[in-house]
Structure formats: structure tokens, C-alpha cells
Design a protein around this ligand. Sequence first.
Ligand code: GAP
Length: 463
Amino acid sequence: MFNNSPQIFDKIISLCKRRGFIFASSEIYGGFAAIYDYGPYGVELANAVKREWWKSMVQYREDIVGLDSAIFMHPKVWEASGHVAGFSDPLAECKSCHERFRVDHLLEEAGISADEKMSEEEINKLFAENREKIKCPSCGKKDFTEARKFNLLVQSNLGNFAEDWTKNPVYLRGETCQGIYMNYKNVLDSVRVKIPFGIAQIGKAFRNEITARQFIFRTREFEQMEMQYFTHPDQEMAEYEKLKKYRWKFYLGLGIKEENLKWYKHEHLVFYAREGYDIEYNFPFGFKELEGIHARGDYDLTQHSKLSGQDLSYTDSKTSEKYIPHIIESSAGVGRTVLTVLCDAYCEETVNNEKRVVMKFNKNLAPIKIAIFPLLKNKPKLVKKAKEIFNDLKERWMCEFDDNGNIGKRYRRQDEIGTPYCITVDFDTLEDDTVTVRDRDSMEQERIAVKDLKRFFDEKFNR
Ligand code: GAP
């Protein structure tokens, strides 16, 4: 099914709320722009995405180790990284209603192809040339201020008790990789790693995004899954090509349809990058960045060496060659991957003249792996048996016990949250100790002995 339409996007957003995947933050106070909360099924889905990423980037790799660095770092980190001076988006304000917008987004809405990755100068020129065509999305007037740079770093007064703390703010990290650079020496000195090696981490990042739209695609608080790979300068580009292939395969492993993925080569590189490619996904609002894969050269360690005064070079123990490692990175958002998985899984089918909405998640990502139903909730023997099976299986898989409503209704609910298997305990179970197992995708049902259930599901799910 083709999921590229605004109508489908609305349906996915509504399903996310209705079925407990994703909620707007602080909803009872009218929400809080560009911040979202993950509900009971959303957190399971996000955890499954993170688990798969960690397996692929750490567990299966002898050359990559994990890290969990703090959100707050010394403010010099963000000076050295270039974020204080250069991490900004072009912003314009409507002079009539005073709403603020990202200029590249205003252009896009006026049908002027403003590539998100254009340089700031190019966007400003395009904005000036097209002022007449651009209406304020809020009030409809055509009177904007000049575009100006707006820094995306989020500031905090942590540990600063002065009244005018904004003069010396600390920052909530704008990307998780800086914590990796801060620990590169610690890892080198404490764990037996040799170049080439990588450090991976998953954690929150914060950006004062100007426009809040497209659901969890672009949020002000989000999680990143980043891996920084430290290489000899001569190896950088060869390792970069390997990493690109590895990351593409990761998404296929999550079950994402390959026709919905494509490469985007950056013509205008961000300030730190030597080469940059994005893996884009065909979201309902078009192909957009899912993950960035950058060759960062020696930019980061050189900058941090300069500002900290510490020697961050590497000495090869065999050749005694001393050099600043070059870094290649893979950087993906958890929320964006969750949105990709949701969009790719959403499916509407007609079954016996009735519409069925089903989330065809990869089985290993499904929030609930197995649902267990007693056929009737007012038959204590059926309920007891179903509870026994539930208690047994839940030790190994995320399971749900459901005795609400008729079986058809329970199937529909589990289809909407993407549960791959439903078990029904019926009167035959009490006679022969077998149950019905229903497959989400084929909707076929088979009879399986209770004693064989664990072996059956072991073959269906990865560890
Ligand atoms: N360390 C490199 C870096 O942070 P980026 O292209 O700015 O690069 C990497 O971000 C990834 O993080 C993006 O591809 C996206 O998946 C995610 N991301 C970035 N900003 C985001 C936002 N405001 N909301 C959700 N995800 C975001």
C-alpha cells in the first residue's frame, strides 16, 4: 500500500493517539509545541528500535563500544564544536502577527523549491527574490522581516545562580556525538581498542527548532542514535563507504521497504563535514532525511585539542605514527526512525467487505509480541487457563492479556497495534490442551499444543 499522502499521515497520527503510541506533551494545558510523549505502545516500539540499533552498532561489532555521556557538558564544548557560532537556521518574522517561521519552509509552502540543505546565503537570496509570493501561514499577510540567523542551541542556568545567567549559559546538548569526542581519550586509555574503532551512544538532544510541524519528524527534544568511528586519515573514505552500506542494510533489517529509501548527497555541506549523505525515507510528506552519514575529517578532535589544550592525537603502537584521527559518523533520530517504522507498517485492507487497519511491523519491533485471549470472560476455567499461558509466555516476550469485547473486536485492536500473534483459549483447550494461534498478516489460524508454544514463538522472534 502506498503511504505517501497527507490523508494517510493524519490517519497515522490519529492512530498513534487513539492506540497509545504517541501523545502531545502537556495536552491538558493545550500541548507544548514540538514536544511529544511516548505512550505504552510507543515506548515499546522506540525501545525495540533502540535495541536493534544497539545490537547492530555495538553487540555485533568487535570494533565498536558503547557509551552513555551526560546531557550537560562544559560550555567550551559547544564553542569548540562550532555550534555557538554556526548552528543556526534562517528565521523571518511576520510583521503583522509576529509569528516566526523558518525561511526555507516558507519558500517551500509557496511552491518555491527551497532545498532544506541549501546554504544560508542561497536561501536568503531566494527569499528576497520571492517576497511577493510568500504569505504568512498564520495571518495571510505578505510583510516579513529580513531573514536572520537563529541559533538552535537550547540554553540553561544549570549551576549558574547569577541573575543575568544568560551571559554565561550552559547548553543542553544539540547532538550526542560531542559527548563521544569528550570521552574518546578515556575510552582509548581504558578499553583495549585500536584504530579503527567506534563509540556508539543513544541519548537525548535538544534544538530550538523554529517550526514545529510534521508530528515527531522534527521536535525540540529528541533522541539520537550516533556512532562515531575513528580512523587513520587514509582509511576515512573507505570506511565511510562501508558504513553507508552497513546503515542501509540496517533499515532493510528493520523491515523498511527498500523502494521507500533513497540516498541524498549533500552539495552544501554542514560546517564540520567533508562529505555527507543522508538516507531519506518516503514519508507521507515526501522523501526527507532519516539519517545523516558524514565524513567529518579531523575537524572535531582538532577543535577540541585547540580549545582544551589537550593532545587528542593517536599514536600507532606498531608504526609509532602520530596523527589526529579522522571521524566518520552515523547519526539517526529515534523519533524519526519510529515515524519511519510507523509509516512503513501502516496498512488498510478490506476483509469480508470490512476495512481492516493493521500495523505490519517487523515482528521483532512489534510493541506487543503475543496477545492472549480467553474466548469468554465469564468462564472462569477459560480465564484461568489463559492467565496461566500469559504468565508463562510473558517471561520471554512482551505479552498482553485481553478479555474485553468479542474476539473480532480484540483482533482488530491487536491488528491496529501490530501484534503479530493472538492466542485464543477456548473450550477445546480444556479438553486437549491446544490453543488457536492467529497470524496478524495472513489472518490464518492454527491449532498448537500449549506445551509447544514456546518452541513455536522461539522460531518466530529474534532474541
Ligand atoms: N551529529 C550529527 C548530527 O546531529 P543532524 O543531521 O543534525 O546531524 C542527525 O542530525 C539526525 O538526528 C537526523 O538525521 C534526524 O534523524 C535526527 N534529528 C535531527 N534534528 C532532529 C529534530 N529536531 N527532531 C527529530 N530528529 C532530529
